[in-house]
Write a protein that binds this ligand. Structure first.
Ligand code: NAD
Length: 503
């Protein structure tokens, strides 16, 4: 069973492994001529292929294709765009197992989570497909003298730049609404996990998306990514990644006044009050930090737990963390897989020493995991206890299976500690009292607050962060607002007074 899924993944990407993975521009495979870089399998450390950094000419070609295809795609009736996007969703569903297996192979994500992630990618396409016919609709804002009405128009060719943590599903959040809005797209996936992006662009072509509407280029951030964000003909950049990369992209796009949408890092608190359903709080806390190998922007990486229940709650946590099943991502029983890359493993590992230096206690894990003996990039599910909010382990995004526990005394203390970070993406709150749930969620500096729940995504709701966690929101109509320009037309009824000068 385990071996079969890996083989399915290898077969799915076989054509791109015989030669380095290039680009997909104007409906065609472009072999590419830039510098190659290696793609490794996180679970084994083996090189599974090479991809090519796009040259400036190749970036230009991708943008030119998107620019050329834009007028016709923007003018395509929404109902027709809807049909094509549903066909993309159909094909994603038909190949969901293959896509999931590719995510296990080159992103090291576990099958138990990825088997649903590809299906969620299809749902993203369906959700925005159904809204395509109404995307241009605006408002009517009449006065006594004018009928004002607004319409929305796709902004133009856009760049979508994505990270490696859940590459396929995450990219569909951006690409589906952009296409539904009538924009054309150049996607640059992360260099550490480029394969599933290739499957998506090919699926879109097979579904009947006209050539040039959706292009994909491979490459590094500082070359291909930079080239895209600086390009004059790219009208907006939808970016998911680290906060410092967001800053760089803002600088790179400043010259051409790029519109940007940023979904960045997080150091999200889960706050557990002593009146909460502690069993459910425990389950949700563990799920939100250790699933997806801890490489999740909305992970509950900081546990703020009320002092009265602190010791008992931490003891239960230690027990459960020690029992997490770490291993082969293709094994459906595996709960925690490898980290994406040796560089990322070294970063995550460095926080064990940082925790000890800061005076925290390593209550579980803290070292490379034995499952990495074959060369894989495994880290033990880790718990830092007795931490304080001032410590680096409580302030910096570690982006691994690492939870930092901090005690708090009362509501005010919980809010102050929760907000005392640069980030503001998500927060989780566990309490049995409705008034407290309202007071605390109102005071939290986070774009999304879940009360008595883990992260459950509902596509019509806004997704995004405050502070260093982002700019803009995805989901519902918020996505269309980003990918479209709003135009107001004011039509005079004809009788209003016009000032007469020079009479
Ligand atoms: P990253 O910022 O290093 O890279 C993301 C993408 O940006 C990659 O494709 C990379 O090649 C590209 N890039 C890098 N430098 C660039 C530049 N100068 N110009 C243009 N593109 C450039 O992030 P990562 O390490 O791949 O991903 C992990 C980060 O992503 C974490 O911080 C995580 O919190 C964040 N993330 C956020 C969300 C969210 O919704 N807020 C979701 C998932 C991941």
């Amino acid at each position: 069973m385990t071996i079969d899924r890996r083989q399915i993944a290898l077969d799915a990407v076989a054509p791109f492994r015989k030669r380095p993975l290039g680009h997909f521009i104007d409906g065609r495979d472009l072999p590419g001529s830039g510098a190659p870089f290696e793609v490794t399998e996180p679970a084994t450390g083996q090189v599974i292929g090479q991809a090519l950094d796009a040259t400036p000419a190749e970036v230009d070609a991708a943008v030119a294709a998107a620019k050329g295809a834009f007028p016709a795609w923007a003018a395509t009736p929404g109902a027709e765009r809807r049909k094509i996007l549903h066909r993309i969703a159909d094909l994603i569903e038909a190949r969901a197992d293959e896509i999931a297996a590719v995510e296990c192979l080159d992103a090291g994500q576990c099958w138990r989570f990825m088997s649903k992630a590809a299906i969620r990618g299809a749902e993203n396409f369906r959700f925005f497909a159904d809204r395509a016919p109404d995307a241009a609709n605006g408002q009517s804002l009449p006065t006594g003298e004018h009928l004002n009405f607004t319409t929305r128009h796709p902004i133009g060719p856009v760049a979508v730049i994505t990270p490696w943590n859940t590459p396929f599903m995450l990219s569909t959040w951006k690409i589906a609404p952009a296409l539904a809005a009538g924009c054309t797209v150049v996607h640059k996936p992360a260099e550490w996990s480029p394969y599933s992006a290739r499957l998506l662009v090919e699926i879109a072509a097979e579904a009947g998306l006209p050539p040039g509407v959706f292009n994909a280029v491979n490459g590094l951030g500082e070359t291909t990514g930079k080239g895209l964000t600086e390009h004059r003909d790219i009208k907006a950049v939808a970016f998911v990644g680290e906060s410092k990369t967001g800053s760089a992209i803002m600088r790179q796009g400043a010259e051409t006044l790029k519109r940007v949408h940023f979904e960045l890092g997080g150091k999200n608190p889960v706050i557990v009050f002593d009146d909460a359903d502690l069993e459910r709080a425990l389950d949700a806390t563990i799920f939100m930090i250790y699933s997806l190998n801890g490489q999740r922007c909305t992970s509950s990486s900081r546990l703020l737990v009320q002092r009265s229940i602190h010791d008992a709650f931490v003891a239960r946590l230690v027990e459960r963390v020690g029992r997490l099943k770490v291993g082969d991502p293709f094994d459906p029983a595996t709960e925690v897989g490898p980290l994406i890359h040796p560089r990322h493993l070294a970063k995550v590992e460095s926080y064990a020493a940082i925790a000890a230096q800061g005076g925290a206690r390593v209550a579980a894990g803290g070292r490379r995991h034995a499952a990495g003996a074959n060369g894989g990039y495994y880290f033990e599910p880790t718990l830092f206890a007795d931490a304080e909010q001032s410590m680096r382990i409580a302030r910096e995004e570690i982006f691994g299976p690492v939870l930092t526990v901090i005690p708090f005394d009362d509501e005010a203390d919980a809010i102050s500690k929760a907000n005392d970070v640069d980030y503001g993406l998500a927060a989780y709150l566990w309490t049995g009292e409705v008034g407290r749930a309202l007071r605390v969620s109102n005071a939290l500096e986070a774009g999304m607050v879940w009360v008595n729940s883990e992260n459950v995504r509902h596509l019509p709701t806004p997704f995004g962060g405050m502070k260093a966690s982002g700019i803009g929101r995805d989901g519902g109509d918020w996505s269309f607002d980003f990918y479209m320009e709003t135009k107001n037309v004011a039509l005079a009824f004809g009788g209003h007074k016009i000032q007469r000068l020079g009479v």
